[in-house]
Design a protein around this ligand. Structure first.
Ligand code: PLP
Length: 454
């Protein structure tokens, strides 16, 4: 698969040399990429082309965010128009695009009076939600409440509070976590204890939040946060009882319920918001990523009217929280055009239908000796590999599966950075059946190779 892209060998070498010396790549060992950095120059639909002209299917939609896919020139044009007219308003004022996007998010949200606080990305949305929850508690008379309960092995972002919520996946090497963070067990649909059915186990896992609240003191807890389906923990889809129980617990103890929909938002699971599957309304919903499909950085903490109303009043009640480029008008223009494309092409139904097709095509892989589980919702799917299906044991670390699978898939023109014991799939929602067939064939070949090597 080769596209003719005019980048000379000399230019590529120059770029590699500069990158090796001056570029600090995120979350990657410099030795692993220096001199051989993957550099891309073009994208269209689900396909991306590198400097050598090689074409790949991006099975992860960038970093879980390419809802509408690559190469949407309409989004670029909308951004250009906004930048030409007014790149930013003066302080304490808004652009038309910010207002229109807030209206669009309220229209898509179950609470039609929801209010959006715009940020520049997911971590800031989480920080904003947590601070908003704490101040909400102060404004409504529960002023000693500052603790936040989250789930182990979740991921909520890279900033100090967000990283602390994801213990121990991200925070252990970063020193002590922020005061007031409490961690409970995550939901795992694959390793349900033998003596429990999935619904009972889901309620049991949700009840860990209640146990933590009771143990630490209900008056001290401001918020609880979870991803509807945790991508970091392996894409385990809970039964509806899980989030319904979280809602009940939050109500009972007057704790703000935050749904972190940074990955699951905007159609990823076959509904605009994943919590819509379970008929519950979180108090605050954090979004980013596919809000613009990655055309420009943008996020939001979307508060229900109940939460937002607590900030209406005197100077004391205001939410004293400010992010210079939160809700940048050019990003909001990208968000509006992105969501217009979603509606025009019905990408949310497409996610549901193509997600079902993907799971159907992957199902025969369950016959392979190392395929333990295949699961997902919409176009958020995981394949879990194990060395022994009976006891669901992990593949030995010595096999270095986290490196091998992405490399083997790369050889078959698939981009897949999050593929090891768990192969995560999060392609653009515009993916079609032919492209899914191509993806599944490559995955099937790679797993068969790994099965033989192990
Ligand atoms: N929350 C979740 C669930 C995420 O997956 C991420 C990033 O992957 C974040 C928050 C942080 O978003 P960002 O990287 O845009 O700051």
């Amino acid at each position: 698969m080769n596209n003719k892209i005019a980048i000379s060998g000399e230019k590529i070498e120059e770029l590699q040399n500069i990158a090796s010396q001056n570029l600090f790549m995120h979350a990657q060992q410099i030795n692993d990429w220096a001199g051989d950095l993957k550099i891309f120059v073009k994208g269209e639909g689900v396909w991306v082309t590198d400097v050598h002209g090689n074409k790949f299917l991006d099975s992860m939609g960038g970093l879980w965010f390419k809802g509408a896919g690559y190469g949407r020139t309409e989004i670029a044009e909308a951004m250009f128009k906004q930048a030409c007219e007014l790149e930013t308003p003066p302080a304490n004022a808004a652009s038309i695009t910010q207002i229109e996007l807030a209206a669009k998010l309220a229209e898509l949200h179950s609470d039609k009076s929801a209010r959006s606080f715009f940020t520049s990305g997911g971590s800031e949305s989480v920080e904003t939600a947590v601070k908003m929850a704490k101040k909400y508690q102060i404004n409504t008379g529960k002023s000693g409440a500052y603790k936040v309960i989250s789930r182990r092995y979740s991921y909520h972002g890279a900033t100090a509070m967000a990283v602390s919520l994801g213990k121990p996946l991200t925070s252990d090497t970063m020193g002590p976590e922020m005061p007031g963070t409490i961690h409970v067990q995550n939901w795992d649909s694959y390793r349900i204890p033998n003596n429990m059915n999935p619904v009972d186990y889901a309620v049991y896992c949700a009840n860990q939040f209640e146990e933590a609240i009771k143990h630490t003191g209900p008056d001290t807890v401001a918020a609880m946060i979870a991803e509807p389906i945790s991508a970091a923990f392996g894409i385990h889809v809970p039964p509806k009882e899980y989030w319904q129980r979280l809602r009940e617990i939050a109500d009972q103890y007057n704790v703000v319920l935050i749904a972190d929909e940074v990955i699951t938002g905007f159609g990823r699971t076959g509904k605009y918001f994943a919590t819509d599957h379970w008929d519950i309304i979180p108090d605050i919903t954090t979004v980013a990523k596919s809000l613009t499909s990655g055309y420009s950085p943008l996020g939001a903490a979307i508060a229900t009217k109940k939460i937002a109303d607590a900030f209406v009043g005197s100077e004391n009640e205001k939410f004293n929280h400010l992010i210079t480029f939160g809700g940048h008008p050019v990003s909001c223009a990208a968000g509006l055009k992105n969501l217009e494309i979603y509606e025009k092409e019905d990408l949310v139904s497409q996610s549901k239908n193509m997600g079902e097709y993907l799971l159907e095509k992957l199902a025969p892989l369950k016959g392979l000796s190392i395929v333990g589980d295949i699961r997902g919702l919409g176009l958020l799917v995981a394949i879990e590999l194990v060395s022994d299906k009976a006891n669901k044991s992990k593949i030995p670390i010595s096999y270095e599966i986290q490196k091998k699978i992405p490399n083997y898939l790369h050889d078959r023109n698939i981009i897949s950075f999050r593929a090891g014991d768990i192969i995560s799939l999060c392609p653009p929602l515009s993916i079609n059946k032919e492209e899914i067939d191509f993806l599944v064939e490559a995955i099937s070949n790679v797993i068969t190779t790994v099965e033989k090597e192990i």
